[in-house]
Structures are given as structure tokens and as C-alpha cells.
Design a protein around this ligand. Structure first.
Ligand code: UD1
Ligand code: UDP
Length: 354
């Protein structure tokens, strides 16, 4: 059984690290890298340290406007599918690479597997929300991480092919947390002390592309009296420079880091401040209080359980949450039991037999 898997952006490499090692024992999986992320610290580092198999196809599409990027991917992926004639095409999450892969396959009547199906922010101005909705509606097998995701899909009239499997990023973090502790030296390298720093990431378009929002976020971060470590996404770096935003001396800006270093920093952080989907979940898995720089989240369970607070780009709320947000509730088990990849494998085999 042949599966072509489309990868392109950082969170997809991390999801593939949990999935592809188990797929290898069951399927003939061919990886296609669209090239959406291409800097070595946004791409190569994950393939090297997480032992993700080498992609057979490197499409080298690179950055661009949504239409140009997605269109170029669509053309290039179609060529791969004509060549490989797979039984399935698998896509992860909600990036432009996800949508291009799903659309190319669907037009060729190749069943699409969507991993992380059913997530919704109900904010259609987000490129990710558009990508998710479109991808879900052309998918044959929809692997949902949470019960909320299943409900969202049912509410949109999708009834067939839905499976609650749990979150592959939870499988991943269970596997990699101990490895990160043994291998990563980032705490020593940056002279950090356990539980005495805040970890922050910012990259979401709604925050970077709006000068007032980005400035307000940095006003909030600049105002607190805590060490903040901020591995900065290249998109955000570009805008910080363009807007001329000044950054407090207590904020340590570093380049994007590998996953093992990231998990090590997450585990050691006192709190996490982020607008990333993946980082919100990882904070929850590791029981680190999470302050989310967004007005809504797809990962509602993290908020309902009391471990995540939405502060948007409001500088006062950011400041206050960094000082006072200290959850003590016991989080529920909303993201599965760490065996979601095994469940996916069984459902794919069953679909093929039916
Ligand atoms: C993309 C996804 C977003 C995901 C994020 C993960 C879309 C629409 N967005 O956002 O959902 O959360 O990846 O990190 O698919 N750049 C570099 N080097 C790189 C990659 C990007 O310099 O290796 C810079 C370029 O200036 C580029 C900008 O970052 O224009 C944005 O990259 P892009 O892939 O379009 O979006 P992300 O913000 O990374
Ligand atoms: N991540 C990483 N290095 C970094 C920042 C993030 O390895 O410098 C990891 C993080 O641990 C998580 C994933 O990247 O597993 C999240 O990706 P990102 O925030 O880019 O995208 P999103 O999840 O918001 O789509």
C-alpha cells in the first residue's frame, strides 16, 4: 500500500517524526517536501535530529504570496502523483502545503488522508482556517485529534471517514521528551536556570502583519521583569526590523531552534507565551502554563482545562498573565493516550479493504 505524504512547514516535519517511523513498518511511504520552509533551522535540522526519512521529492517552491505558492505546489505535486500513482495522499494540519496536496490528490481521485482534521478557530480571515476547511471537505479519511474536532466536522455535514485517533503531537512528545533531556544542552548553552525564564514564540500572520498588534505584544513583553527566551521565526524577525520595534534587554532573541532544544526549553520554562498551535498543545502536554497571543484558539480543551489563557495582543493582559496566571487544576486526557499513529494505521488498512 503506497502513501505519498506531503510535507512543507516546520510543524509538519515534527508530526511526520512521530508518524513515519511507524508507517515504515506497515506501508510504502514516499515523502514529498514542498520547500515552503527551507532555511536549515526551519527544515533540515528536523530531518537530521528526528531521523525522518529523506524526501524522495524536493519541490523547492519557497516563499511567495498565497496564490503563487499554493498554485506552484499544486502543479508540482500533480506531477509527482502522476509518476507515483499512490493509493493515498496524506497531509498534515493547515498550511498552504496541506491544501495544495489535498487539492492535487482530490482532483486525481486519490483518497486524501487528513491528519489533524476538524480543527476550527471560526475565524475565516486566518489562512489556516481556509486551508483546514477546504482540506477537510475533500478528504476521505479524517483523523481528528479531539472530540471537539469530530463535532466540528459533523456540524459541517461531514459524516463519513471520521475517526477520533488522538493527537500525533502527543505521541511525539511522549517519545521525545526524555531524548531531549539527554541530548539537548540548550539550558547550559544559554545560561538559563530551570523554571526561571519564560519561553516565547510569535509567528502567526495576524500578529506579524499588523504593526499595532506586534508593537503591543512587544510592549507587553518589554514591561515584565522576567527573563524571556524568544526563538524568532524568520517572518517575525522581518517585521520586527521593518516596524523598528525595540526589544528589552531581558528578552533573549535567538534563531529558530531544533525540536529537541525546543522541547527542552518548554519543559524547563516557568511559563510559555505563544501564538503557535503546536506550542499551545506542547505546553499543555508538559503542564506548563500557556499564555496565548490570540483572540481565539482551535485547541479549546487547553483553555477549558484552565492551562491556557487567551490574551490576544493586549499589552496589559500579556503583562498581567505573565505575572499572575498560575493554573492548579488537573488537566483532562483530551488528546488521546499516545497511540494515535497505531490507530491511524489500522483505519487506513481497513479503508483499503472496504
Ligand atoms: C506557515 C503556515 C502556518 C504555520 C507556520 C509554521 C501557511 C499559510 N502558514 O506560516 O500555518 O503555523 O508555517 O511555522 O501555510 N521564511 C524564511 N525562511 C523559511 C520559511 C519562511 O525566511 O524557511 C520567511 C519568508 O519571508 C516567508 C515568511 O517567512 O515569506 C512566511 O513563510 P510562510 O511559509 O509563507 O508562512 P509562515 O509564517 O511560516
Ligand atoms: N518549534 C521548534 N523550534 C522553534 C519553534 C517551534 O522546533 O524554534 C516546534 C514546536 O515545538 C512545535 C512546532 O515547532 O512542535 C510548532 O510549529 P510552529 O509554531 O512553527 O507552527 P504551528 O504549530 O503554529 O502551525
Amino acid at each position: 500500500l503506497k502513501i505519498v505524504t506531503i510535507l512543507g512547514a516546520r510543524p509538519q516535519f515534527i508530526k511526520a517524526a512521530a508518524v513515519s517511523s511507524l508507517f515504515k513498518e506497515n506501508f510504502d511511504e514516499i515523502l514529498v517536501h514542498t520547500g515552503q520552509h527551507y532555511d536549515s533551522n526551519m527544515s533540515d535540522v528536523f530531518f537530521q535530529e528526528l531521523e525522518i526519512p529523506k524526501p524522495k521529492y524536493q519541490l523547492n517552491i519557497g516563499s511567495g504570496s498565497h496564490g503563487a505558492m499554493t498554485g506552484a505546489m499544486l502543479i508540482a505535486i500533480e506531477k509527482v502523483l502522476i509518476e507515483e500513482k499512490p493509493d493515498f495522499v496524506l497531509v498534515y494540519g493547515d498550511t498552504n502545503s496541506t491544501l495544495a496536496g489535498a487539492l492535487a490528490a482530490s482532483k486525481m481521485l486519490i483518497p486524501v488522508i487528513h491528519v489533524e482534521a476538524g480543527l476550527r478557530s471560526f475565524n475565516k480571515t486566518m489562512p489556516e482556517e481556509q486551508n483546514r476547511i477546504l482540506t477537510d471537505h475533500v478528504s476521505e479519511l479524517l483523523f481528528a485529534p479531539t472530540q471537539t474536532a469530530i463535532q466540528n466536522l459533523q456540524n459541517e455535514g461531514i459524516k463519513k471517514g471520521l475517526h477520533l485517533v488522538g493527537d500525533v503531537m502527543y505521541d511525539g512528545i511522549l517519545h521525545f521528551t526524555e531524548i531531549a533531556k539527554k541530548k539537548s544542552t540548550i539550558i547550559q548553552d544559554l545560561n538559563l536556570l530551570e523554571k526561571q525564564f519564560i519561553l516565547c514564540t510569535i509567528h502567526r500572520a495576524e500578529n506579524t502583519n499588523d504593526m499595532n498588534r506586534l508593537q503591543s505584544i512587544f510592549n507587553g513583553l518589554n514591561a515584565v521583569n522576567e527573563k524571556i527566551v524568544l526563538p524568532l521565526h524568520p517572518r517575525t524577525l522581518k517585521y520586527v526590523q521593518e516596524y523598528g520595534i525595540s526589544i528589552g534587554e531581558h528578552i533573549l532573541i535567538i534563531e529558530p531552534i531544533g525540536y529537541l532544544d525546543m522541547v527542552r526549553l518548554e519543559s524547563a520554562a516557568k511559563k510559555i507565551v505563544t501564538d503557535s498551535g503546536g506550542v499551545q498543545k506542547e505546553a499543555f502536554f508538559l503542564k506548563i502554563p500557556c499564555i496565548t497571543l490570540r483572540d481565539e484558539t482551535e485547541w479549546v480543551e487547553t483553555v477549558q482545562d484552565g492551562w491556557n489563557i487567551l490574551v490576544g495582543a493586549n499589552e496589559k493582559h500579556i503583562q498581567e498573565a505573565i505575572l499572575t496566571f498560575n493554573p492548579t487544576t488537573i488537566p483532562t486526557n483530551s488528546f488521546g493516550d499516545g497511540n494515535s499513529v497505531h490507530r491511524m494505521i489500522e483505519w487506513i488498512k481497513q479503508y483499503q479493504l472496504s
